[in-house]
Ligand binder design. Sequence first.
Ligand code: NI
Ligand code: MN
Length: 227
Amino acid sequence: MTVKLTWYSHACFLIDTGDEKLLTDPFLTGNPLAPVTADSVVADYILVSHGHGDHVGDTVAIAQRTGATVIANFEIQNWLAGQGVDNGHPQHIGGGFDYPWGRVKLTMAQHGSALPDGSYGGNPCGFLFYIQGKKIYHACDTGLFYDMKLIGEEGIDLAILPIGDNFTMGPVDALRAVKLIEPARVVPIHYNTFDIIKQDPDDWAEKVRGETKAAVTVMKPGDTIEL
Ligand code: NI
Ligand code: MN
């Protein structure tokens, strides 16, 4: 069995475990790079890292259409319940849970988490997935933090890191993150969705290859990789 990850741009991935499909931060409507639409995307689980509109995205509509279980922090769960999404599983930072497809632990992230209507969204998080013996760290929106080293101590097969700058780590700090985490492979995200986060991922990939042992895969929206 392999784990397949399809990048829907920004922080949105479809993780196909073979049995179930996990969708992260489904920002599709209003996202100029999204290769799928909110009314056609499939999901058994939706994971939401924080309350910002480019991460909560189409969560409510997709959850209502598909009946997917939403995994997010307790505060976002409460907000979703108020939007009519009651099929949630709340977790919080540092806590993991074993689902039928594997485990996910919420990690810290240095960012904000206010919801689109200004409601309190708790603290933002990243995701550490344990699926079929593979460890995938999806950092979501964050600045660089030294505790990434602790996450790296777990032995990360794939790190998914923002490089867009302005709202999150930029290319320089994302390179430092690779050095702290020491993943086998890394994929850059959260760039070129908007002009304000314009970056050259190939240039970044070259620097990572030159200064670390990590393999780098620059994905195009719609691309799939296997672990
Ligand atoms: Ni954000
Ligand atoms: Mn964002």
